[in-house]
Ligand binder design. Structure first.
Ligand code: ADP
Length: 206
């Protein structure tokens, strides 16, 4: 299976992508994680990526397209994948479609995790709070270190939501036209959302 998870920042794509990947033996590919790894290198590319991420802006399509294209050529992707955080623009969606076509492949489904703006703001702010608490040396927060991100600051959160909202609408339209879109209720806890996705997957496989 080749799947895409769409959702605004805070919709829970990362968590659900990992669960789907585990259950269906797919490879989860998160462009956010790929970019955070690239940023850690602190080379010219990494530093520029970090600048975009700190502002909550998208990195240029050409950069992410070429990263994704080479990732899709790796061996572990042969049995299928679930993409999280990609595509984020129409240009990216078209590149993905063209690339898969060139490999005589196609997507099986695109799940849009539908979550209200209020819930998104609340979830992102919570991630941000964890970060500030950790700075004050609260060791209970230590275990959650990986989840803490520099872009979960209030002003950056607003920017990420704003930038992604309109783009999301065009992506939803793009995949609806191709009959690939499944709208999943993304409110509620992670188990509920996972059940909703699994239900959607049942109809994909019919
Ligand atoms: P979120 O969905 O919460 O914004 P991600 O981890 O998916 O989190 O992405 C973090 C940041 O990485 C984004 O704000 C953006 O700067 C960059 N990014 C991730 N995926 C893409 C993409 N497909 N195109 C451009 N930029 C991206």
């Amino acid at each position: 299976m080749r799947l895409v998870l769409l959702g605004l920042p805070g919709a829970g794509k990362g968590t659900q992508a990992k669960r789907i990947a585990e259950k269906y033996h797919l490879t989860a590919i998160s462009t956010g994680e790929m970019l955070r790894e690239a940023a850690k290198e602190k080379d010219t590319f990494g530093l520029r990526v970090q600048e975009y991420m700190n502002k909550g802006e998208l990195v240029p399509d050409e950069w992410i397209n070429s990263l994704v294209k080479s990732r899709l050529q790796e061996k572990d992707v042969e049995n299928g994948f679930v993409l999280d955080g990609y595509p984020r623009t129409l240009q990216q969606a078209k590149m993905l479609e063209a690339y898969l076509q060139s490999q005589k492949q196609n997507l099986d489904a695109v799940f849009f995790l539908d979550v209200s703006q209020d819930t998104l703001r609340h979830r992102l702010a919570q991630r941000g709070n964890l970060r500030s608490k950790e700075k004050q040396g609260n060791s209970q927060i230590e275990a959650k270190r990986e989840k803490i991100r520099l872009d979960d600051k209030p002003e950056v959160i607003e920017n990420r939501l704003h930038i992604n909202k309109e783009l999301m609408e065009s992506l939803i339209h793009f995949y609806k036209e191709r009959n690939l879109l499944y709208v999943i209720n993304g409110e509620g806890d992670f188990d509920n959302v996972f059940d909703n996705i699994n239900e959607g997957l049942l109809s994909v496989n019919k």
